[in-house]
Design a protein around this ligand. Structure first.
Ligand SMILES: *[C@@H]1O[C@H](CO)[C@@H](O)[C@H](O)[C@H]1NC(C)=O
Ligand SMILES: *[C@@H]1O[C@H](CO)[C@@H](O)[C@H](O)[C@H]1NC(C)=O
Ligand SMILES: *[C@@H]1O[C@H](CO)[C@@H](O)[C@H](O)[C@H]1NC(C)=O
Ligand SMILES: *[C@@H]1O[C@H](CO)[C@@H](O)[C@H](O)[C@H]1NC(C)=O
Ligand SMILES: *[C@@H]1O[C@H](CO)[C@@H](O)[C@H](O)[C@H]1NC(C)=O
Ligand SMILES: *[C@@H]1O[C@H](CO)[C@@H](O)[C@H](O)[C@H]1NC(C)=O
Ligand SMILES: *[C@@H]1O[C@H](CO)[C@@H](O)[C@H](O)[C@H]1NC(C)=O
Length: 313
Protein backbone atom coordinates (compact mmCIF):
# COMPACT_ATOMS: atom_id res chain seq x y z
CA UNK A 1 0.00 0.00 0.00
CA UNK A 2 2.72 2.41 1.04
CA UNK A 3 4.70 1.46 -2.05
CA UNK A 4 1.79 2.41 -4.37
CA UNK A 5 1.35 5.81 -2.71
CA UNK A 6 4.98 6.71 -3.18
CA UNK A 7 4.87 5.76 -6.82
CA UNK A 8 1.83 7.96 -7.43
CA UNK A 9 3.33 11.04 -5.77
CA UNK A 10 6.49 10.59 -7.73
CA UNK A 11 4.74 10.38 -11.07
CA UNK A 12 2.69 13.53 -10.39
CA UNK A 13 5.81 15.54 -9.63
CA UNK A 14 7.44 14.34 -12.81
CA UNK A 15 4.52 15.27 -15.05
CA UNK A 16 4.12 18.75 -13.56
CA UNK A 17 7.81 19.44 -13.98
CA UNK A 18 7.57 18.72 -17.72
CA UNK A 19 5.25 21.63 -18.45
CA UNK A 20 6.57 24.96 -19.48
CA UNK A 21 4.45 28.04 -18.95
CA UNK A 22 4.56 31.13 -21.10
CA UNK A 23 3.07 34.37 -19.81
CA UNK A 24 1.96 35.81 -23.13
CA UNK A 25 0.53 39.33 -22.96
CA UNK A 26 -2.19 38.94 -25.59
CA UNK A 27 -4.63 36.09 -26.31
CA UNK A 28 -4.48 34.10 -29.51
CA UNK A 29 -6.73 36.25 -31.68
CA UNK A 30 -5.14 39.50 -30.55
CA UNK A 31 -1.75 41.13 -30.97
CA UNK A 32 0.33 43.53 -28.92
CA UNK A 33 0.80 47.04 -30.24
CA UNK A 34 2.79 49.89 -28.76
CA UNK A 35 1.44 53.43 -28.73
CA UNK A 36 4.46 55.64 -28.16
CA UNK A 37 3.91 58.66 -26.07
CA UNK A 38 5.01 62.02 -27.44
CA UNK A 39 5.02 63.52 -23.98
CA UNK A 40 8.28 62.71 -22.21
CA UNK A 41 6.52 62.65 -18.83
CA UNK A 42 3.93 60.05 -19.71
CA UNK A 43 4.50 56.42 -20.48
CA UNK A 44 4.17 54.48 -23.69
CA UNK A 45 0.95 52.45 -23.86
CA UNK A 46 0.64 48.80 -24.78
CA UNK A 47 -2.60 47.26 -26.00
CA UNK A 48 -3.90 43.94 -27.19
CA UNK A 49 -5.89 44.52 -30.32
CA UNK A 50 -7.86 42.27 -32.66
CA UNK A 51 -5.86 41.50 -35.75
CA UNK A 52 -8.82 41.98 -38.12
CA UNK A 53 -9.77 45.32 -36.61
CA UNK A 54 -6.20 46.48 -36.74
CA UNK A 55 -5.87 45.43 -40.35
CA UNK A 56 -8.92 47.44 -41.38
CA UNK A 57 -7.74 50.50 -39.47
CA UNK A 58 -4.26 50.45 -40.96
CA UNK A 59 -4.96 49.01 -44.40
CA UNK A 60 -1.75 50.02 -45.99
CA UNK A 61 0.58 48.01 -43.80
CA UNK A 62 1.27 44.34 -43.62
CA UNK A 63 1.66 43.63 -39.98
CA UNK A 64 4.28 41.53 -38.29
CA UNK A 65 3.31 38.06 -37.15
CA UNK A 66 2.36 37.10 -33.66
CA UNK A 67 4.57 34.80 -31.70
CA UNK A 68 3.71 31.18 -32.31
CA UNK A 69 3.85 29.06 -29.17
CA UNK A 70 4.53 25.34 -29.29
CA UNK A 71 1.67 23.11 -28.22
CA UNK A 72 3.67 21.64 -25.35
CA UNK A 73 3.85 25.06 -23.66
CA UNK A 74 0.97 26.22 -21.48
CA UNK A 75 -0.06 29.79 -22.26
CA UNK A 76 -1.19 32.13 -19.52
CA UNK A 77 -2.45 35.41 -21.00
CA UNK A 78 -2.70 38.89 -19.56
CA UNK A 79 -0.99 42.24 -19.34
CA UNK A 80 -0.04 43.19 -15.74
CA UNK A 81 -2.84 45.23 -14.22
CA UNK A 82 -2.85 47.83 -11.48
CA UNK A 83 0.81 48.65 -11.79
CA UNK A 84 3.07 50.90 -13.80
CA UNK A 85 5.20 48.71 -15.96
CA UNK A 86 8.20 49.10 -18.14
CA UNK A 87 9.14 47.29 -21.32
CA UNK A 88 12.39 45.40 -21.64
CA UNK A 89 13.54 43.69 -24.82
CA UNK A 90 14.74 40.11 -24.73
CA UNK A 91 17.10 38.96 -27.44
CA UNK A 92 18.65 35.62 -28.16
CA UNK A 93 18.02 31.96 -28.66
CA UNK A 94 17.01 31.33 -25.05
CA UNK A 95 15.50 33.48 -22.40
CA UNK A 96 14.74 33.04 -18.75
CA UNK A 97 11.03 33.55 -18.30
CA UNK A 98 9.04 34.30 -15.20
CA UNK A 99 5.57 32.83 -14.74
CA UNK A 100 4.41 35.59 -12.42
CA UNK A 101 1.32 37.70 -13.21
CA UNK A 102 3.39 40.87 -12.75
CA UNK A 103 5.17 40.04 -15.98
CA UNK A 104 4.13 39.18 -19.51
CA UNK A 105 5.93 38.64 -22.79
CA UNK A 106 4.90 39.22 -26.38
CA UNK A 107 5.98 40.48 -29.72
CA UNK A 108 5.06 44.04 -30.62
CA UNK A 109 3.57 43.71 -34.08
CA UNK A 110 3.34 47.43 -34.75
CA UNK A 111 4.42 50.59 -33.05
CA UNK A 112 2.33 53.69 -33.52
CA UNK A 113 4.10 56.96 -33.01
CA UNK A 114 2.14 60.15 -33.52
CA UNK A 115 -0.26 58.34 -35.87
CA UNK A 116 2.66 56.95 -37.89
CA UNK A 117 3.22 53.24 -38.11
CA UNK A 118 6.65 51.85 -37.39
CA UNK A 119 7.29 48.29 -38.43
CA UNK A 120 10.17 46.98 -36.44
CA UNK A 121 12.18 44.07 -37.71
CA UNK A 122 13.95 43.78 -34.35
CA UNK A 123 14.22 40.16 -33.38
CA UNK A 124 13.14 40.78 -29.85
CA UNK A 125 10.40 39.66 -27.54
CA UNK A 126 9.21 42.41 -25.24
CA UNK A 127 8.77 41.82 -21.55
CA UNK A 128 6.29 44.07 -19.73
CA UNK A 129 7.19 44.08 -16.05
CA UNK A 130 5.64 45.88 -13.10
CA UNK A 131 8.07 48.41 -11.68
CA UNK A 132 9.71 47.13 -8.55
CA UNK A 133 8.73 43.53 -9.12
CA UNK A 134 11.53 41.18 -8.33
CA UNK A 135 12.18 38.88 -11.25
CA UNK A 136 12.36 35.16 -10.57
CA UNK A 137 13.12 32.89 -13.47
CA UNK A 138 11.04 29.73 -13.64
CA UNK A 139 11.40 28.55 -17.22
CA UNK A 140 14.13 28.49 -19.77
CA UNK A 141 12.41 28.94 -23.11
CA UNK A 142 13.98 28.26 -26.48
CA UNK A 143 13.19 30.77 -29.19
CA UNK A 144 13.51 29.95 -32.87
CA UNK A 145 13.51 32.79 -35.35
CA UNK A 146 12.27 32.10 -38.84
CA UNK A 147 12.30 34.51 -41.77
CA UNK A 148 9.18 34.23 -43.88
CA UNK A 149 9.46 35.58 -47.44
CA UNK A 150 6.02 37.18 -47.53
CA UNK A 151 3.91 39.12 -45.01
CA UNK A 152 1.87 37.16 -42.49
CA UNK A 153 -1.25 36.52 -44.56
CA UNK A 154 0.53 35.92 -47.87
CA UNK A 155 2.57 33.13 -49.44
CA UNK A 156 5.10 33.14 -52.27
CA UNK A 157 4.12 32.34 -55.84
CA UNK A 158 7.17 30.85 -57.56
CA UNK A 159 5.46 30.90 -60.97
CA UNK A 160 4.93 34.66 -61.08
CA UNK A 161 7.49 35.63 -58.43
CA UNK A 162 5.39 37.59 -56.00
CA UNK A 163 3.56 37.33 -52.69
CA UNK A 164 -0.11 36.43 -52.80
CA UNK A 165 -2.89 36.40 -50.25
CA UNK A 166 -3.66 33.02 -48.79
CA UNK A 167 -6.63 32.36 -46.58
CA UNK A 168 -5.64 28.88 -45.46
CA UNK A 169 -1.98 29.42 -44.65
CA UNK A 170 -1.00 29.07 -41.00
CA UNK A 171 2.47 29.75 -39.71
CA UNK A 172 2.36 26.47 -37.79
CA UNK A 173 2.67 24.84 -41.20
CA UNK A 174 6.16 26.34 -41.69
CA UNK A 175 7.21 25.11 -38.27
CA UNK A 176 6.00 21.59 -39.04
CA UNK A 177 7.66 21.51 -42.45
CA UNK A 178 10.97 22.64 -40.98
CA UNK A 179 10.56 20.13 -38.11
CA UNK A 180 11.27 22.74 -35.46
CA UNK A 181 8.95 21.53 -32.76
CA UNK A 182 11.69 21.21 -30.13
CA UNK A 183 11.59 25.00 -29.71
CA UNK A 184 9.07 26.66 -27.40
CA UNK A 185 8.43 29.96 -29.10
CA UNK A 186 8.70 30.97 -32.74
CA UNK A 187 9.47 34.45 -33.89
CA UNK A 188 8.52 35.02 -37.53
CA UNK A 189 10.32 37.90 -39.18
CA UNK A 190 10.16 39.34 -42.70
CA UNK A 191 13.55 40.79 -43.37
CA UNK A 192 15.47 39.06 -46.10
CA UNK A 193 17.58 41.56 -47.87
CA UNK A 194 19.84 40.60 -50.75
CA UNK A 195 22.54 43.10 -51.59
CA UNK A 196 22.37 44.86 -54.93
CA UNK A 197 24.77 42.54 -56.72
CA UNK A 198 23.03 39.38 -55.57
CA UNK A 199 20.14 37.43 -57.02
CA UNK A 200 17.45 35.78 -54.98
CA UNK A 201 17.10 32.22 -56.15
CA UNK A 202 14.02 30.14 -55.46
CA UNK A 203 14.81 26.77 -53.95
CA UNK A 204 11.94 24.29 -54.04
CA UNK A 205 11.40 21.29 -51.86
CA UNK A 206 11.26 18.19 -53.98
CA UNK A 207 14.42 19.22 -55.82
CA UNK A 208 16.19 20.25 -52.60
CA UNK A 209 15.71 19.49 -48.93
CA UNK A 210 15.55 22.38 -46.50
CA UNK A 211 16.42 22.45 -42.80
CA UNK A 212 17.21 25.11 -40.22
CA UNK A 213 20.39 24.65 -38.25
CA UNK A 214 20.18 27.40 -35.62
CA UNK A 215 20.07 30.54 -37.75
CA UNK A 216 21.46 29.06 -40.95
CA UNK A 217 19.44 27.39 -43.69
CA UNK A 218 20.85 24.08 -44.83
CA UNK A 219 20.04 23.11 -48.39
CA UNK A 220 20.80 19.62 -49.61
CA UNK A 221 20.12 18.10 -52.97
CA UNK A 222 17.64 15.21 -52.88
CA UNK A 223 20.41 12.73 -53.66
CA UNK A 224 22.53 14.22 -50.86
CA UNK A 225 25.46 15.07 -53.15
CA UNK A 226 25.54 18.79 -52.51
CA UNK A 227 25.04 20.73 -49.34
CA UNK A 228 24.93 24.50 -48.80
CA UNK A 229 24.64 26.62 -45.67
CA UNK A 230 23.02 30.01 -46.13
CA UNK A 231 23.70 32.50 -43.38
CA UNK A 232 21.04 34.42 -41.47
CA UNK A 233 19.77 37.42 -43.44
CA UNK A 234 20.34 35.71 -46.78
CA UNK A 235 17.42 33.29 -46.73
CA UNK A 236 13.70 33.22 -46.22
CA UNK A 237 11.15 30.42 -46.36
CA UNK A 238 7.50 30.25 -47.32
CA UNK A 239 4.80 28.09 -48.79
CA UNK A 240 4.78 27.86 -52.57
CA UNK A 241 1.40 29.17 -53.70
CA UNK A 242 0.85 26.61 -56.46
CA UNK A 243 2.36 23.40 -55.12
CA UNK A 244 1.67 24.12 -51.42
CA UNK A 245 5.17 22.84 -50.72
CA UNK A 246 7.99 24.45 -48.82
CA UNK A 247 10.12 26.96 -50.70
CA UNK A 248 13.14 29.11 -49.84
CA UNK A 249 14.62 32.16 -51.45
CA UNK A 250 18.32 32.65 -50.96
CA UNK A 251 20.68 35.45 -51.86
CA UNK A 252 23.54 34.43 -54.10
CA UNK A 253 25.90 35.81 -56.73
CA UNK A 254 26.19 32.39 -58.30
CA UNK A 255 22.90 31.25 -59.79
CA UNK A 256 24.67 28.47 -61.64
CA UNK A 257 25.45 26.77 -58.34
CA UNK A 258 21.74 26.10 -57.89
CA UNK A 259 21.11 25.43 -61.60
CA UNK A 260 18.99 28.55 -61.71
CA UNK A 261 18.36 30.95 -64.54
CA UNK A 262 18.60 34.44 -63.12
CA UNK A 263 17.32 37.65 -64.52
CA UNK A 264 17.41 41.23 -63.28
CA UNK A 265 13.93 42.47 -62.57
CA UNK A 266 13.73 46.26 -62.56
CA UNK A 267 11.18 46.64 -59.77
CA UNK A 268 11.08 44.74 -56.47
CA UNK A 269 8.84 41.66 -56.31
CA UNK A 270 5.17 42.59 -56.23
CA UNK A 271 5.77 45.83 -58.14
CA UNK A 272 5.70 46.75 -61.80
CA UNK A 273 6.88 49.64 -63.97
CA UNK A 274 4.13 52.22 -64.08
CA UNK A 275 5.77 55.12 -65.85
CA UNK A 276 8.62 55.02 -68.27
CA UNK A 277 10.46 57.45 -70.46
CA UNK A 278 13.94 57.28 -71.92
CA UNK A 279 15.55 58.62 -68.75
CA UNK A 280 13.59 57.20 -65.88
CA UNK A 281 10.91 54.80 -64.72
CA UNK A 282 8.96 54.30 -61.55
CA UNK A 283 7.70 51.20 -59.78
CA UNK A 284 4.20 50.78 -58.39
CA UNK A 285 2.72 48.13 -56.14
CA UNK A 286 0.70 45.54 -58.09
CA UNK A 287 -2.97 45.88 -57.38
CA UNK A 288 -4.29 42.76 -59.09
CA UNK A 289 -3.44 39.83 -61.35
CA UNK A 290 -3.10 42.00 -64.46
CA UNK A 291 0.41 42.78 -63.26
CA UNK A 292 1.71 39.24 -62.87
CA UNK A 293 5.37 38.95 -63.79
CA UNK A 294 4.65 36.39 -66.48
CA UNK A 295 7.81 34.95 -67.96
CA UNK A 296 6.27 31.84 -69.39
CA UNK A 297 7.17 32.65 -72.98
CA UNK A 298 10.85 32.66 -71.91
CA UNK A 299 10.72 29.96 -69.28
CA UNK A 300 8.62 27.32 -71.07
CA UNK A 301 11.14 26.62 -73.85
CA UNK A 302 13.92 26.36 -71.24
CA UNK A 303 11.79 24.06 -69.13
CA UNK A 304 11.13 21.78 -72.09
CA UNK A 305 14.88 21.56 -72.69
CA UNK A 306 16.18 21.39 -69.12
CA UNK A 307 13.42 20.18 -66.84
CA UNK A 308 12.43 22.19 -63.77
CA UNK A 309 14.52 25.28 -63.21
CA UNK A 310 15.11 27.64 -60.35
CA UNK A 311 13.82 31.14 -60.01
CA UNK A 312 14.93 34.64 -60.63
CA UNK A 313 14.70 38.02 -59.01
C1 LIG B 1 -11.15 36.06 -29.35
O1 LIG B 1 -11.04 34.79 -28.76
C2 LIG B 1 -11.75 34.67 -27.55
C3 LIG B 1 -11.43 33.34 -26.95
O2 LIG B 1 -11.08 32.41 -27.90
C4 LIG B 1 -13.24 34.87 -27.81
O3 LIG B 1 -13.95 34.81 -26.61
C5 LIG B 1 -13.46 36.21 -28.46
O4 LIG B 1 -14.81 36.39 -28.81
C6 LIG B 1 -12.61 36.34 -29.69
N1 LIG B 1 -12.76 37.69 -30.21
C7 LIG B 1 -13.01 37.93 -31.47
C8 LIG B 1 -13.21 39.34 -31.84
O5 LIG B 1 -13.07 37.04 -32.32
C1 LIG C 1 2.19 55.08 -11.59
O1 LIG C 1 3.01 56.21 -11.82
C2 LIG C 1 2.35 57.45 -11.55
C3 LIG C 1 3.29 58.60 -11.88
O2 LIG C 1 4.33 58.21 -12.71
C4 LIG C 1 1.97 57.50 -10.07
O3 LIG C 1 1.25 58.69 -9.83
C5 LIG C 1 1.08 56.30 -9.75
O4 LIG C 1 0.78 56.28 -8.37
C6 LIG C 1 1.76 55.01 -10.15
N1 LIG C 1 0.85 53.92 -9.93
C7 LIG C 1 1.19 52.80 -9.29
C8 LIG C 1 0.13 51.74 -9.18
O5 LIG C 1 2.29 52.64 -8.83
C1 LIG D 1 19.28 32.33 -17.20
O1 LIG D 1 19.42 31.79 -15.90
C2 LIG D 1 20.60 31.04 -15.70
C3 LIG D 1 20.60 30.43 -14.33
O2 LIG D 1 19.46 30.79 -13.61
C4 LIG D 1 21.81 31.95 -15.91
O3 LIG D 1 22.99 31.21 -15.76
C5 LIG D 1 21.76 32.55 -17.31
O4 LIG D 1 22.82 33.48 -17.49
C6 LIG D 1 20.45 33.27 -17.54
N1 LIG D 1 20.38 33.69 -18.92
C7 LIG D 1 19.95 34.88 -19.31
C8 LIG D 1 19.96 35.14 -20.77
O5 LIG D 1 19.56 35.70 -18.52
C1 LIG E 1 15.67 47.93 -32.39
O1 LIG E 1 16.62 47.58 -31.41
C2 LIG E 1 17.60 48.58 -31.15
C3 LIG E 1 18.59 48.00 -30.17
O2 LIG E 1 17.97 47.52 -29.03
C4 LIG E 1 16.90 49.84 -30.63
O3 LIG E 1 17.86 50.83 -30.41
C5 LIG E 1 15.89 50.31 -31.65
O4 LIG E 1 15.17 51.39 -31.16
C6 LIG E 1 14.92 49.18 -31.99
N1 LIG E 1 14.05 49.63 -33.05
C7 LIG E 1 12.73 49.60 -32.97
C8 LIG E 1 11.99 50.14 -34.14
O5 LIG E 1 12.14 49.16 -32.00
C1 LIG F 1 7.71 16.83 -32.74
O1 LIG F 1 7.11 16.21 -33.86
C2 LIG F 1 7.31 14.83 -33.93
C3 LIG F 1 6.75 14.33 -35.24
O2 LIG F 1 5.87 15.22 -35.83
C4 LIG F 1 6.61 14.18 -32.73
O3 LIG F 1 6.83 12.79 -32.76
C5 LIG F 1 7.21 14.75 -31.45
O4 LIG F 1 6.51 14.26 -30.33
C6 LIG F 1 7.12 16.27 -31.45
N1 LIG F 1 7.82 16.80 -30.29
C7 LIG F 1 7.33 17.76 -29.53
C8 LIG F 1 8.21 18.21 -28.40
O5 LIG F 1 6.23 18.28 -29.72
C1 LIG G 1 18.03 46.00 -46.00
O1 LIG G 1 17.79 46.89 -47.09
C2 LIG G 1 17.57 48.23 -46.72
C3 LIG G 1 17.27 49.02 -47.96
O2 LIG G 1 16.44 48.33 -48.80
C4 LIG G 1 18.81 48.75 -45.98
O3 LIG G 1 18.57 50.07 -45.57
C5 LIG G 1 19.11 47.87 -44.79
O4 LIG G 1 20.32 48.28 -44.17
C6 LIG G 1 19.27 46.42 -45.20
N1 LIG G 1 19.40 45.58 -44.02
C7 LIG G 1 20.29 44.57 -43.94
C8 LIG G 1 20.27 43.79 -42.66
O5 LIG G 1 21.04 44.28 -44.82
C1 LIG H 1 1.34 34.00 -69.19
O1 LIG H 1 1.80 34.12 -70.51
C2 LIG H 1 1.48 33.00 -71.33
C3 LIG H 1 2.16 33.15 -72.68
O2 LIG H 1 2.33 34.48 -73.02
C4 LIG H 1 -0.04 32.90 -71.45
O3 LIG H 1 -0.40 31.78 -72.22
C5 LIG H 1 -0.63 32.74 -70.05
O4 LIG H 1 -2.03 32.73 -70.10
C6 LIG H 1 -0.17 33.88 -69.14
N1 LIG H 1 -0.62 33.59 -67.79
C7 LIG H 1 -1.40 34.42 -67.09
C8 LIG H 1 -1.82 33.96 -65.74
O5 LIG H 1 -1.78 35.49 -67.54
Amino acid sequence: MRYITIVCVFSIIVSVAQFKVFRKCCPKNQSLIKLSSLDKNSRDKYECIDYDRHLSEYKEVSLNSDLVVNQNVIIDNGIPQKCNFSAIEQFGEYFNASTDRDICYDRIITEINNGMIIRSSNLSITMLKCDGFEFMSRNKLKVQSIVKCCPRDQVYDSEYHLCRKSHEFKEEWLIRQLRLNISDIFFIANMMNCSRDEYSVEIKEGIYRLALIKRALRITTENGDDEYYIKWGSWCVDQDYMSRRLLARVCTRDCFEFNAYCMRKCCPIGEHISRYDTRSFSCTQNSDDRFLFNLSSYIEPLRRKKGDIGGEY
